[in-house]
Ligand binder design. Sequence first.
Ligand SMILES: Cc1cc2nc3c(=O)[nH]c(=O)nc-3n(C[C@H](O)[C@H](O)[C@H](O)COP(=O)(O)OP(=O)(O)OC[C@H]3O[C@@H](n4cnc5c(N)ncnc54)[C@H](O)[C@@H]3O)c2cc1C
Length: 445
Amino acid sequence: MSEADWSEHRARVQAMAEALADSTGPVRLRKSTSNLFRPREDSGRTELDAASLNHVLEIDADAGYADVEGMTTYVDLVDATLPLGLAPAIVPELKSITVGGAVTGVGIESGGFRYGLVHDTVHEIDVLVADGRVLTCSPDQRPELFHGFPNSYGSLGYATRVRVGLIPVQPFVQLEHTCYRDPEAVFDAIGAECAEPTCDYLDGVYFGPGEFVLTRAHFVDALPTGTETSDYTWMRQYWQSLRTNSRDWLTIHDYLWRWDTDWFWCSKNVGAQFRPIRLLLGRKRLNSVTYQKIMRASRRRPLSLVQYLRPRTESVIQDVDIPIANAAAFLADFDAGVGIRPVWICPFIVPNDRFSLFRLRTDTPYVNFGFWDMVRSNEPDGHYNALVEELVARHGGKKSLYSRSTYDEATFWSEYDRAAYQALKRECDPSGRFPGLYEKAVQQE
Ligand SMILES: Cc1cc2nc3c(=O)[nH]c(=O)nc-3n(C[C@H](O)[C@H](O)[C@H](O)COP(=O)(O)OP(=O)(O)OC[C@H]3O[C@@H](n4cnc5c(N)ncnc54)[C@H](O)[C@@H]3O)c2cc1C
């Protein structure tokens, strides 16, 4: 990238810094997409338009990184890296997730058993803080900010540039789907892969008692003679193929986005799993951005007859991280108490324990369980989300904060390091222009 492109980047950041300086009082980000599942009330905060910070600035293939503006979506980043035979080490699988959102929001994907979480693969971040300064941080420069930024959800400042670690990839992946009946067997197999990887990507799905599918993906340079890649971007659904195919081939592009077409399996909630609706929507509209828009609109206008007639439900949309030794017990308790199925299983290692707002143990791999659905409920609203928090605590885990949380303040800060947060808040936002983390994650976005 030329010096002119870098100077345009600096001008875009400067414009955002000036908008921050020219306004007074509380602010928040304005973006065209979001994968946040907490209510976002109209809080009267000034909205800071960040949409133009969406460029891939530079890719250094030899050094293995890309410099990317904070609001760049992963789909744009991957489009820039794949022609060079590279991909971000971790590519969160919803196309609209942005690089800044994934770093501040603890992104994860199936490379986690080799590389850790998104923030473990980031080299450097520029953070725009409340007084308009842009602070560059890395493990060596302002390490407290670098290690405190993940899980801060924009409450310390906004990532305007992120240096993202890249890995070499090949044009295709060969998938091996292995069925397991016994939870201990599947978590043993996952533990073995974390200790000594035999594949390039690893994730799984729990469909119900006695039905786990673990998927090992291997890079391949060329397809074996007589094979073709599968296409799950329209009428066929990837998640259903796990139960019927033991082996499959995808392009690397389709592998990275394999979950987006049906938003894992959540497309069922907007009727998009019916063939006529899929035909009608067409390939281009079958994606997580469309489903997000439909769900947001239905939350704003919940006045249909169906809304009044349908049974009471509670939305339970959560990702939780559990040490692998407790994974089977957590899943059993979750199945008995909450009962959402399927559940996504994504293992990851923890390369270091310095990330203060999301501190995990380094002596064990973790298993991320992702469950996203409505639960029929005769309980007070919030019962099932609170139960998830209780189960996570009981099994020594940690919960992501992109969705609803019910913690009281003392419990929240016993999980997410109040002292480290307060020190960073004093440095980055002493007058409280950004919402505090507890206020944002639990009370309102
Ligand atoms: C159904 C569902 C499934 C999910 N599955 C996965 C998954 O498999 N893997 C995964 O990695 N994640 C997953 N997520 C979570 C997702 O990665 C996080 O919610 C992430 O924060 C979203 O990023 P975004 O770019 O869409 O940000 P937004 O949703 O727009 O924002 C999220 C938060 O981050 C803040 N923020 C956004 N950009 C910046 C920035 N540049 N600097 C500072 N703060 C910023 C916002 O203020 C907001 O508080 C899932 C979410 C949902 C709802």
